[in-house]
Design a protein around this ligand. Structure first.
Ligand code: NAD
Length: 422
């Protein structure tokens, strides 16, 4: 099995040392409950039909139906989907949502698709996996390379297949199709609330820090503007074309406008000190808060010693691999771990699912207030676990999640009970 999944499991094994009676859960969590692979056969604009590999994984459903996004990415593979589904299992437990973890992907580069082709890929995905999906079984949402429009097409296709209205089968939809206000910016806003709630543990100026954002997509662009509004200076931004670092500050609104016109970050103008560089180089430029918001594994054993920051807010899934944990900790870099830092997205997806199932519609204000309360509540619990065992926030997040998963697995029936002992 490839190293990304092994790395994810390493953190689980470490957490298990702090959780009594974790052995049955560990055994169950060694492999996903089910993973389905498919080949999507899609008509392209030039008339030919192309095949795209696709997957959906339901990792663990002990705490409820599986929940997790669908990614369109040229680098997608089954190992990555399983790893992301594994992380979703822990993320939903950290956020105390009544869900297990799932994930899906299509191996396709969205940049190589025309404006019409993504809809055919989205509909083909739902046709292939419709028997896997259900509001009480497996509920997708957006991820890298997909957005509200893609979720709308997928919901429409699912409803056409089952023959009735079923908005709760997928979240992150446009608001007019049953999406929740606040979902698009929820991952970033949840991350900012996590930062706020942990401020007293972070050695940074809460209103005047230098921030670098790696990956200026949905999560990255929103976090850049939210943090700028908090008084921080955005000194670095990047996308797949490269990075820009400007100690004088970069205005996220200008970056967004530049990108909306098809511009690349590497071509942004700026002060006389501004520099264009690779994504890897940006990670090593000075910042107080570094926000990885793109792909997994960008911070690893080979560069952890050179990451020049104080706080890493992991909006991406898995941006720091397990080999880098100890080096960052030894250098006093506080990592706010992905399974907590980016849980605002799935939390608001949960609010969307609740609204779809009850027929209620919540205001933007109500969604935001609930998200803030949820992030503050779970940050407090996370700190309690970290302080009680003198462990990092990452380890505490895994311990906290594992405790909840173990409790659910035990409630389904334990060895001790069946042996007459419990
Ligand atoms: P997105 O597709 O909107 O944006 C991704 C951005 O990353 C794009 O700007 C792309 O150019 C850039 N990028 C791609 N490869 C890169 C690289 N090697 N280096 C730097 N930049 C690169 O995706 P998103 O929805 O913002 O998701 C970003 C990350 O956040 C992913 O890891 C995703 O799993 C995670 N996440 C997203 C959500 C959500 O609600 N969207 C929720 C939780 C976690």
């Amino acid at each position: 099995m490839a190293s990304v999944f092994k790395g994810a499991k390493k953190r689980l094994d470490e957490a298990a040392r702090h959780v009594p009676a974790a052995e049955e859960a560990l055994e169950k969590l060694t492999y996903p409950e089910e993973t389905l692979s498919a080949s999507l056969f899609v008509r392209m604009d030039d008339g030919r039909r192309a095949s795209f590999k696709a997957w959906r994984c339901r990792y663990d459903a002990s705490r409820g139906p599986t929940k997790g996004g669908i990614r369109f990415s040229a680098d997608a593979c089954m190992d990555e989907v399983m790893t992301l589904a594994f992380w979703m299992t822990f993320k939903c437990a950290v956020a105390d949502l009544p869900y297990g973890g799932g994930k899906g992907a299509v191996c396709v580069d969205p940049a190589n698709l025309s404006t019409k082709e993504p809809e055919r890929v989205a509909r083909a995905y739902v046709k292939a996996f419709a028997r896997f999906l259900h509001p009480d079984r497996d509920i997708p949402g957006p991820d890298m390379g997909t957005d509200a429009m893609v979720m709308g097409w997928m919901a429409d296709e699912y409803e056409a297949i089952v023959g009735h209205h079923a908005p709760a089968v997928i979240t992150g939809k446009p608001v007019c199709l049953g999406g929740s206000p606040g979902r698009t910016r929820a991952t970033a806003l949840g991350g900012v609330y996590a930062l706020d709630a942990l401020t007293s543990r972070l050695a940074i100026d809460p209103e005047g820090a230098r921030v670098s954002v790696v990956g200026f997509g949905n999560a990255g662009s929103h976090v850049a503007s939210l943090l700028q509004r908090r008084g921080h200076t955005i000194v670095g931004v990047s996308d797949s074309s490269g990075a820009r670092y400007d100690p004088a500050g970069i205005d996220p609104a200008r970056v967004a406008a530049h990108k909306a016109e098809g511009g690349k970050i590497a071509e942004l103008d700026g002060s006389s000190d501004a520099e264009t560089m690779s994504n890897a180089a940006l990670l090593e430029r000075p910042s107080d808060i570094l926000v990885p918001a793109a792909v997994a594994g960008q911070i690893h054993g080979g560069n952890a010693d050179r990451i020049d920051t104080r706080v890493i807010l992991e909006l991406a899934n898995g941006p720091v691999d397990a080999e880098a944990d100890a080096a960052l900790d030894a250098r006093g870099v506080t990592v706010i771990p992905d399974i907590f830092a980016n849980s605002g997205g799935v939390t608001v997806s949960y609010y969307e699912w609740v609204q779809n199932r009850t027929g209620l519609r919540w205001s933007d204000h109500e969604v935001t207030a609930r998200l803030k309360e949820a992030m503050e509540r779970e940050a407090g619990r996370l700190c309690g676990v970290a302080d009680a065992s003198a462990i990092t926030l990452r380890k505490a997040a895994y311990v906290h999640a594992l405790q909840r998963i173990v409790t659910a697995i035990e409630a389904h029936g334990t060895k001790a009970f069946f042996n007459g002992g419990g």
